[in-house]
Design a protein around this ligand. Structure first.
Ligand SMILES: Nc1ncnc2c1ncn2[C@@H]1O[C@H](COP(=O)(O)OP(=O)(O)OP(=O)(O)O)[C@@H](O)[C@H]1O
Ligand SMILES: O[C@H]1[C@H](O)[C@@H](O)[C@H](O)[C@@H](O)[C@H]1O
Length: 383
């Protein structure tokens, strides 16, 4: 077995983002026909965004020898296991509101990621983003120890798998072994379908909660306030990975020093770009450059914003709507090459109201510290 240390891509001295979650093989099925096969797993969608934004990261993922896609971050190959495989059935889960949802079946599961698979270097941002049950409670514990702030996708915590056909079902967050760790994580991200499996009013007391809501954008909740973040329009072809790309964009924004509402806009942007393509999206290089330029410009603008107090971190900084418009216009840049293929009917997003409720919380402090307190220390040894 290849150890985590040997498997990692050589890193720059300062690893800022650590992503933990297995790559997988996604098979998209409609009308009993395989419509597409693609590299999947939240880790692949997230690293795609983070790399696109030129942010160095470290990725821990396990696959079998059957793993069939070229990837930027070499996974740990487990000779005795197969790569995780998901079948997504797109005709079994149409909601009455027209939102096309999938029925997911995990047909193969690779090994879990264990604490010993994680690197010994300290990270600013840890992302626990399992899809097939590979994040164990002890793995999340270790991530909390070695990362300044941990971002968790609830799908890593609440999925259970039918013992016969692998159908993904969700359980209540409080019934899992992860519940007691909430006060020590930074952000918990859930889709609106997943959010009903937790008591948002309770969980927001412990950590920042971000609920994504498809074409309607997302909502950020913290102890004393909440904020709706506007979406970007998109012609949806395939919803797979939208939530993952959202999280990648959100963290990419925070890494670069954006405030939570601006970073969530970047999340919405990457979510909207992802649904326009089938499988793992390929972002146009001109678009990425423009987005990076807009983020730099925004960062410079906000350096002048008053930010001496943690209270301001969840506030929409002045110019938030303008930043939304600038990112929206980046989407209009003609692509170098078109990736999208028609498959499902398009959706057109509605603009939503925005409600800024500024307040200080301990979670804000956690995020502020993770972004602004520098040095990355080395962990001196594992327990
Ligand atoms: N049709 C759409 N139009 C515009 N933006 C979208 C659309 N669908 C998703 N998004 C963006 O992507 C984000 C995540 O989408 P969504 O809430 O569907 O996540 P999800 O259900 O976790 O996705 P998945 O499980 O497929 O990865 C949304 O908050 C939104 O910003
Ligand atoms: O590749 C996808 C993607 O990562 C989704 O977010 C996840 O819900 C699926 O399980 C996975 O197959």
């Amino acid at each position: 077995m290849v150890t985590a240390a040997a498997a990692h891509k050589p890193q720059q001295q300062q690893t800022r983002v650590l992503i933990a979650g297995n790559y997988c093989h996604d098979v998209l099925i409609q009308d009993d026909t395989v419509k597409a096969e693609s590299l999947g797993g939240a880790a692949s969608f997230i690293s795609n965004v983070v790399n696109g934004m030129s942010i160095p990261c470290n990725l821990v993922s396990k696959v079998g020898e059957d793993f069939k896609y070229p990837v930027d971050y070499t996974p740990i190959v487990i000779p005795t296991s197969k790569t995780t495989v998901f079948h997504a059935y797109f005709d079994l889960g149409i909601h009455e509101n027209g939102h096309q949802d999938r029925v997911l079946k995990r047909v193969c599961a690779c090994d879990p990621i264990r604490p010993s698979d994680l690197p010994d270097v300290r990270s600013n941002f840890g992302m626990a983003v399992g899809v097939g049950g590979e994040i164990l409670p002890e793995t999340l514990e270790r991530m909390i120890e070695i990362c300044d702030a941990v971002f968790v996708d609830i799908q890593a915590l609440i999925r259970v798998f039918d013992s016969v056909d692998g159908t993904v079902k969700l359980v209540k967050l409080e019934e899992t072994g992860f519940y007691s760790m909430l006060p020590r994580i930074g952000v918990l991200k859930a889709s609106s379908e997943e959010a009903v499996f937790m008591d948002v009013e309770e969980v927001r007391k412990w950590c920042c909660v971000v609920v994504t809501n498809g074409k309607d954008g997302c909502k950020v909740y913290w102890k004393d306030g909440e904020l709706r973040i506007s979406p970007f329009s998109a012609n949806q072809e395939d919803p797979t990975g939208a939530g993952d790309s959202f999280l990648g964009g959100f963290v990419a924004g925070l890494v670069q020093g954006l405030a939570v509402p601006d970073a969530a806009l970047l999340g919405n942007l990457f979510g909207s770009l992802t649904v326009e393509q089938i499988g793992l999206p390929k972002f146009d290089s001109r678009l990425l450059q423009r987005v990076k330029d807009e983020v730099q410009r925004r960062k410079m603008q906000c350096l002048h914003c008053e930010r001496s107090d943690n209270e301001l971190y969840f506030l929409k900084p002045v110019g938030h709507e303008q930043f939304h418009a600038s990112l929206g216009s980046a989407k209009l840049i003609p692509p170098c090459s078109s990736q999208a293929r028609p498959w499902t009917p398009s959706n057109s997003p509605k603009e939503t109201e925005q409600t800024p409720i500024p307040h200080y919380t301990a979670q804000a402090k956690l995020l502020v510290n993770s972004v602004y307190e520098e040095p990355i220390q080395t962990v001196e040894g594992k327990p």
